[in-house]
Design a protein around this ligand. Structure first.
Ligand SMILES: [Zn+2]
Length: 350
């Protein structure tokens, strides 16, 4: 395991942590809701893309400079913030104090809009950004230039691998205990839809019957056309057999340590990477359907069993900003068919 320390004075700023893949839903929370921490305890992840302020208007930045920031289509503003920010759970931060004049937020917490809002208690340098406002997964982001990484005295457990996807704890159920759709799923499906639009170049797709069609069918209808000439889409990944002939598009998990999409060996066809916890559920959904059953018991029937768990009232609606942010980050969006797609309601939203 590792710890991060202040680059200025050496004070340890984190508990021992081990690296994992950046969660797919990192930047995509639910509007006006408080969220739990993004990261599991004792883990950290790195975001290779520029994030946070300063922001510059796309029209001032221009196409080529925006592409160098990882933005391949017009958006309102482009981040010129640091790359490789390191994210941890707030509970794993150590020896940092909020900077009172930097604690802006929208309503229920701080959002780091003015840059680092946490200072090293050893030397007072601004070293990190705490975010816990509504709509944000709770995080502490260490500034890459303000910290150094050191080995910890604690032994490192074996790093996460494909085998972890088989563990029951890795599967993320799509429905929360209160009957609402999982926010992580909504974000993950938005991101996956962007990859699907790019992989098919905005062509119709056919989903396999069962959990994939039940859970993703509404989202696919939202973002892709219907009609003839559809591409076949099926889950593929470690522990499940890839259909023959190969489907046109494979829904594959991201590696839990590196985030790299899984591929069959020697394969270079189209893949759509999916949050590994969401993929694990799609590949091994268990026995019960997450979709609501139709109808209710007649009024005269008295029940003496426990009530069924609540089910969502409507189909899963993907996180639209997650979809947009992801699609403009894919170089394929510059192709001629997707240039036209960007002007449609499917992209801009109703
Ligand atoms: Zn310091």
């Amino acid at each position: 395991m590792e710890v991060f320390a202040c680059a200025g004075c050496g004070t340890e700023l984190t508990a021992p942590v081990s690296r994992v893949a950046l969660p797919v839903h990192t930047h995509h929370g639910g509007w006006e809701e408080l969220h739990p921490p993004l990261m599991e305890p004792a883990t950290y992840a790195v975001d290779p893309r520029p994030t946070g302020p300063p922001w510059r208007r796309w029209e001032d930045v221009g196409e080529d400079a925006a592409a160098r920031q990882g933005v391949y289509a017009p958006v309102y503003s482009v981040s010129f913030g640091a790359r490789n920010r390191i994210v941890i759970a707030p509970g794993d931060s150590r020896s940092m104090a909020l900077i009172p004049e930097k604690c802006e937020g929208y309503c229920r917490g701080v959002d780091g809009r003015a840059g680092p809002n946490l200072a090293c208690e050893g030397c007072g340098r601004a070293v990190a950004i705490r975010m816990d406002d509504c709509g944000l997964w709770q995080t502490v982001w260490l500034e890459p230039d303000a910290v150094v990484r050191r080995p910890s005295a604690l032994p490192t457990a074996s790093p996460p691998d494909w085998g972890d996807l088989k563990q029951a704890g890795h599967r993320v159920p799509p429905v929360e205990p209160d009957g609402s759709w999982s926010r992580r799923w909504e974000a993950a499906v938005g991101v996956a839809m962007a990859h699907l639009v790019a992989a098919t170049d905005n062509r119709p797709v056919t989903l396999p019957a069962g959990p994939v069609a039940e859970l993703l069918g509404h989202a696919v209808g939202r973002y892709l056309p219907t009609g003839p000439g559809s591409r076949s889409v099926e889950p593929a990944g470690p522990g499940i057999r890839t259909s023959r002939p190969r489907p046109d598009v494979l829904l594959v998990p991201r590696h839990p340590l590196t985030g790299t999409p899984w591929r069959p060996s020697g394969d270079d066809g189209a893949v759509v990477p999916v949050d590994s916890g969401v993929w694990a559920y799609l590949a091994h959904p268990g026995e019960t359907s997450p979709m609501p059953a139709t109808g209710v018991l007649p009024e005269v029937v008295l029940r003496d069993d426990y009530p069924l768990p609540p089910h969502p009232r409507c189909a899963l609606v993907p996180h639209h900003e997650a979809f947009q942010d992801t699609l403009v980050g894919l170089p394929a969006v510059r192709g001629p068919r997707l240039r036209g797609y960007r002007d449609t309601e499917r992209f801009t939203g109703p």
